[in-house]
Design a protein around this ligand. Structure first.
Ligand code: GLY
Length: 321
């Protein structure tokens, strides 16, 4: 069987091509997964991942990422990483260099500096404008108005002086949540070895320090060559509570075919209470390389490309009721 790459449908075709080309040149699945994820982390048009990702409620971008090797179940992850352009590469190095799985916040940044990961400013003008528009819309009831990014260093003291409860500001900002896609990439090489990777700036306007599902192995990412792999996009509080990715892979380990496992997993997730009317998309691959996508809201898509094809195919994920 030829090698393949599976991603969420928003990923640009040229980001996938970079991984396909690497696989054609004989790169291992983990290199191809990292390459695709890094391409998306650099995509200025994707405001849910890496550079130009939308910030937390105080205007700081906090990045989450994880990578999992389906042959060994080795995993690496970072959460709330600030100031580094490629969290997926830092996550991979956590897996390869440390006796740990997940580093967070200052510890993750310390490690990123130690391995000489690429540091950089994560915000562009478009992301700043999107963030400020919503912040001002929800903050105006308290008299909060930020006209220019140069005022952001004073935001915390302004919030304190106006006696705005930060948690209430977050709840209001997230009430109008429109998506925030996150990036999933699952690579299966020609020998059947699978690597899954997830990278995101997390939900926008989140409370500082909030960690989503993307760096949580079992929630937003899981791979096991014996059965298949799973990765999620959407609001991670649901999949953390549910253990969505491990459930889907366990479903296949218990003899479900990929569609049964995907449908049962999403159907079960739908019973969770959900104060912000979030959505979830689950991408799956089975041990034979069959792929599927399953979602709680109609319209989500996936892309898949084998090394034998010149372009990815796009497919609609199954809307599971
Ligand atoms: N799925 C990404 C997040 O919830 O942050």
């Amino acid at each position: 069987m030829s090698a393949l790459i599976l991603v969420n449908g928003e990923v640009r075709d040229d980001c996938i091509q970079a991984g396909i080309e690497a696989l054609r040149q004989g790169a291992p699945a983990i290199d191809a997964a990292e390459i695709v994820a890094r391409e998306v982390e650099s995509d200025v048009k994707d405001h849910s991942v890496g550079f130009s990702g939308l910030p937390n409620i105080l205007g700081e971008v906090e990045l989450d990422a994880s990578i999992m090797d389906g042959a060994t179940l080795a995993s690496g992850a970072v959460s709330a990483l600030k100031g580094y352009l490629h969290p997926i590469s830092v996550a991979r190095q956590v897996m390869e260099r440390l006796p740990h799985v997940l580093l967070s916040d200052a510890g993750a940044a310390r490690f990123a500096a130690e391995i000489k990961a690429e540091a950089g400013d994560l915000l562009d003008d478009e992301a700043k404008a999107i963030y400020l528009k919503r912040l001002n819309a929800v903050g105006k009831d308290w008299g909060l108005e930020i006209r220019d990014w140069s005022e952001i260093p004073n935001l915390q003291s302004l919030i304190s002086s106006l006696k705005i409860p930060l948690s209430e500001l977050v709840v209001r900002a997230m009430r109008y949540h429109e998506g925030g896609d996150t990036m999933n990439v699952i690579v299966r090489d020609a020998t059947g070895h699978i690597v899954s990777a997830v990278t995101t700036s997390g939900v926008a306007w989140k409370y500082p320090g909030r960690i989503g599902d993307s760096p949580n192995i079992g929630a937003g990412n899981y791979a096991d060559d014996r059965y298949g792999a799973a990765a999620c996009t959407g609001v991670g509080e649901l999949t953390i509570r549910h253990g969505t990715c491990i459930r889907a892979v366990l479903g296949m380990s218990h003899g479900r075919d990929i569609d049964q496992a995907g449908r049962e997993t999403i159907h079960d997730l739908r019973r969770l209470s959900d104060p912000i009317n979030a959505w979830i998309r689950l991408l799956l691959i089975d041990r034979n390389g069959k792929v599927g996508g399953y979602c709680t809201r109609a319209g989500a898509t996936l892309k898949v490309q084998t090394t034998e094809h010149d372009a990815p195919e796009i497919a609609t994920c199954e809307h599971v009721i």
